[in-house]
Design a binder for this molecule. Structure first.
Ligand SMILES: Cc1ncc(COP(=O)(O)O)c(C=O)c1O
Length: 362
């Protein structure tokens, strides 16, 4: 008798490992393990969320009309070429399902966001990993790995957990070097934090091509990680394919309402940006003072390499931080065995982290 078994690929998905212990009973951690907004959501999003409460016996708008129009207004893009999902993770799954399956290859980069791997395996496609150079995406290495079977190329720009980015000119070079049948998916989750002259979220790359999709999230700058909202902007045919793959009610009423308010709340965005601009350099500098190597980040987190000393591994540092009530993210899943990803927190959280690291590293 044949035994029940999931499709090939499902068993190869590495389980998600949260930094927070599951049995902690809601202990008050200083949680710098997930890359969320330390200021929380803005007042406008909160107001819209509360207002939506009276409507939650209804199904949400399947067309996501108000939310798509708000995103279109904020970024000056065509709402008909936008679709939304329950977080950008769902969008990554949807686009992978829509364009890749068994026998197809999907290209990623060495330390690229792990959500890509999960989606590729879940779709039954084969991941192909291009090497990076000093924790930065190597466009030529990616182009070299593309072939007739490559259906999608994922690029997280800036990337999590490295915090590094490649300039728009390099993204254009990547697009030009990939085969035309390969959909380039630009995951711009941290674009709002990266205000560099040579960087863009990819909007104009989408507009100049018929095979580029940009994916964005409300979980970072907009502080709505718990509501699960992400969106994509791309060619009409690609958006249509994603819409065919997605459930009609995938983004809840409350999530659509809060996100529509959040995306137009530029005041909260500026406050968040200012907070990050002040504390990212502070944290980087203070971590270096206690002997940690910090990679330059354009995001709301830092990749920190713990000094290699046989008597003091990353686990000992994690244990010490946990005793002080602080959580950060180990990134051995990314092949970065002696590194931690540390999110920029509120002032008191940043100071507590630096003090605790100083205790164990000095
Ligand atoms: C690069 C990148 N893409 C996508 C996501 C998924 O975000 P969400 O599903 O919350 O929108 C994350 C979350 O950490 C991320 O770092």
């Amino acid at each position: 008798m044949e035994l029940l078994s999931p499709r090939p690929g499902i068993g190869q998905i590495k389980p998600y490992r949260p930094a927070r212990p599951p049995q902690d009973g809601g202990a008050a951690w200083v949680d710098l393990s997930l890359t969320v907004n330390p200021l929380g959501p803005g007042q406008k999003a909160l107001h819209a969320y509360r207002h939506a409460a009276g409507q939650i016996h209804r199904y949400p708008d399947w067309a996501q009309d108000q939310l798509r129009r708000a995103i279109g207004q904020r970024y000056d893009i065509n709402p008909h070429r936008i679709t939304c999902a329950a977080g950008s993770d769902e969008m990554i799954h949807l686009v992978t399902q829509a364009f890749a399956g068994p026998g197809d290859e999907v290209l990623c980069h060495e330390h690229g966001y792990r959500g890509f791997m999960k989606a590729i395996r879940a779709a039954g496609a084969t991941p192909v990993i291009a090497a990076e150079r000093d924790l930065v995406v190597d466009v030529e290495a990616m182009i070299d790995r593309a072939n007739a079977k490559t259906k999608i190329c994922f690029l997280a720009n800036p990337n999590n957990p490295t915090g590094t980015y490649i300039p728009t000119e390099a993204v254009q070079r990547l697009r030009a070097g990939l085969p035309p049948h390969t959909l380039l998916v630009l995951d711009s989750a941290y674009a709002d934090y990266c205000r560099r002259d040579n960087y863009s979220d990819g909007t104009e790359v989408v507009e100049n091509c018929d095979n580029v999709l940009m994916v964005r999230t409300f979980s970072k700058m907009h502080g709505l990680a718990g509501l699960r909202v992400g969106w994509a902007y791309g060619p009409a045919a690609v958006i249509e394919a994603i819409n065919q793959a997605r459930g009609p009610f995938n983004v809840s009423i409350a999530a659509q309402a809060a996100a529509a308010a959040a995306v137009l709340d530029t005041e909260h965005e500026e406050a968040t940006y200012a907070h990050n601009s002040a504390w990212l350099p502070w944290l980087s500098h203070e971590l270096e003072q206690v002997g940690v190597r910090v990679y330059p980040s354009v995001c709301n987190f830092i990749l920190a390499r713990i000094p290699t000393d046989p008597s003091l591994g990353v686990q000992a540092v994690l244990d010490h931080l946990a005793r002080r009530g602080i959580l950060v993210k180990p990134v051995h899943d990314y092949g970065l065995i002696d590194c931690l990803r540390i999110t920029v927190g509120r002032e008191e959280e940043n100071r507590a982290l630096v003090a605790a690291l100083g205790e164990i590293l000095s």
